[in-house]
Design a protein around this ligand. Structure first.
Ligand SMILES: [Zn+2]
Length: 341
C-alpha cells in the first residue's frame, strides 16, 4: 500500500491551515478589538457618557493628557505583541526551510551560476625538500582545466559528471620560482595508454622555447617509470639524482588510479620508497570531490534572508503604534445655557 504521497499532501494541508490561522491571528494582533463601551477612561474603562469633567469620575484620571477610548481599538501591550511575533517567527523557520529551500537553491543557481565542483575532480599536493629537489611543491589536478573535454561531461540536472579518463595536469613549482607543467592525456581508444607532454604553465610567463617532447606509456604499469624519466629530462641534474620527478610520477599515477577507480580521496600513503619519503616535507594532501554540488552562492542564504526580512516587516507592522485614544471633548455642562441670555 502506497500512502507516502497522501501523507505528504496531508502535511501540506495541515501546514496551509496552520498558516491561515497564524495569518488571521497576526491581523488580530495588528487591529486589536473594538472598545466595549465608548467613550471610556483608558485607565479604568469607566463609561464617560454624560461626563462633563476633565477627570474620570470613577478613578480621577486626567483625561486631557491621556485622551479617552473612542474610535481606536484596544490591542495587547506592545512587548507581548513583539514576543508573540518572534516566537511565531522562530517556530516557522523549519517548515519554511523545508518548503522553500530547494526553490531558493534553484533560484540562486539560475541567478548566480551553477555548480563549481565537477564530480570526480581531485587535487593532490606535496611539498619537497628544497635541499634535495629542484621542485619544492608538486601539484596534480584532475581533470586538467585546459584540456579536459567539457563536451564529455554529462549534465544530470545541476550536477556534471566527468567521464574518466580525462587529462591530468602535473604542476611542479621550482625553488627559483619557475614552474614546470605537464599534461598527461589518455588515449581515446585505449585507456591503458597515456601521453605525457610538457605544456606552458597555466599561470605565470610562458616559455617560447618550450619543447613539449611527448612520450607514451603503453600500459599503466609503465606509467611511473616513463613519466619520471620524462620529467627528469627537463631537470639540470643527472637522471635519477633528483627524487622530485619520482615523487611527481608517483603522485600522477596515484591520481590516474583514483580517477579510473572513480573513488574519492586516496586512503593510503603512496610512498614506500625511502628515497622519496626522505624528501617529502608535508603530508600528501589529496582531496577528491565526488558528487558535491556547490553553487556560486548558496541558496540557503536567500532562504534565511527572506525568512528574516519577512518576519522583520511583520514585527514592525505588529509593534507599530496605533492611535488607541482620542482627545477628550466633554459634553457642554448645560446645552441651553448660552441661548438663555
Ligand atoms: Zn477612570
Amino acid at each position: 500500500m502506497n500512502t507516502g504521497p497522501d501523507i505528504v499532501a496531508g502535511g501540506y494541508v495541515v501546514m496551509g491551515l496552520v498558516s491561515l490561522a497564524v495569518a488571521v491571528f497576526l491581523v488580530f494582533l495588528v487591529r486589536g478589538r473594538p472598545h466595549r463601551v465608548t467613550p471610556a477612561c483608558p485607565r479604568c474603562r469607566y463609561c464617560l457618557t454624560g461626563t462633563t469633567s476633565t477627570t474620570c469620575p470613577e478613578c480621577g484620571h486626567d483625561l486631557t493628557t491621556s485622551g479617552v477610548y473612542l474610535n481606536g481599538r484596544r490591542r495587547w501591550p506592545r512587548l507581548i505583541r513583539a514576543v508573540i511575533v518572534i516566537v511565531i517567527a522562530i517556530l516557522s523557520f523549519l517548515p519554511y526551510r523545508y518548503v522553500t529551500q530547494s526553490s531558493w537553491r534553484y533560484w540562486a543557481m539560475d541567478t548566480f551560476g551553477g555548480p563549481q565542483s565537477w564530480t570526480g575532480g581531485a587535487t593532490g599536493i606535496v611539498k619537497l625538500d628544497p635541499q634535495q629537489c629542484q621542485a619544492v611543491e608538486v601539484t596534480i589536478i584532475y581533470p586538467d582545466p585546459e584540456h579536459a573535454d567539457l563536451r564529455s561531461a554529462t549534465s544530470n540536472g545541476d550536477i556534471y559528471y566527468w567521464n574518466p579518463p580525462e587529462p591530468v595536469r602535473l604542476m611542479m613549482a621550482q625553488a627559483d620560482g619557475s614552474r614546470r607543467e605537464y599534461v598527461i592525456e589518455p588515449n581515446s581508444n585505449d585507456p591503458q595508454r597515456w601521453t605525457i607532454q610538457r605544456v606552458q604553465p597555466m599561470f605565470g610567463p610562458s616559455d617560447q622555447a618550450l619543447s613539449t617532447d611527448p612520450v607514451i606509456a603503453e600500459r599503466l604499469e609503465d606509467f611511473y617509470r616513463v613519466i619520471s624519466e620524462r620529467i627528469d629530462r627537463d631537470g639540470t641534474t643527472p637522471p635519477g639524482d633528483d627524487p622530485g620527478p619520482r615523487v611527481a610520477a608517483a603522485m600522477a599515477e596515484m591520481m590516474i588510479r583514483v580517477m579510473l577507480a572513480e573513488t574519492s580521496a586516496y586512503p593510503t600513503y603512496p610512498f614506500n620508497d625511502s628515497d622519496m619519503s626522505a624528501v617529502i616535507h608535508s603530508d600528501v594532501n589529496f582531496t577528491a570531490k565526488k558528487g558535491a554540488t556547490i553553487p556560486h552562492v548558496q541558496g540557503n542564504w536567500f532562504m534565511l534572508a527572506s525568512w528574516f526580512l519577512f518576519w522583520l516587516i511583520v514585527l514592525l507592522i505588529v509593534i507599530a503604534p496605533g492611535s488607541p485614544t482620542d482627545p477628550w471633548e466633554p459634553e457642554p455642562a448645560d446645552p441651553g445655557a448660552n441661548s438663555k441670555t
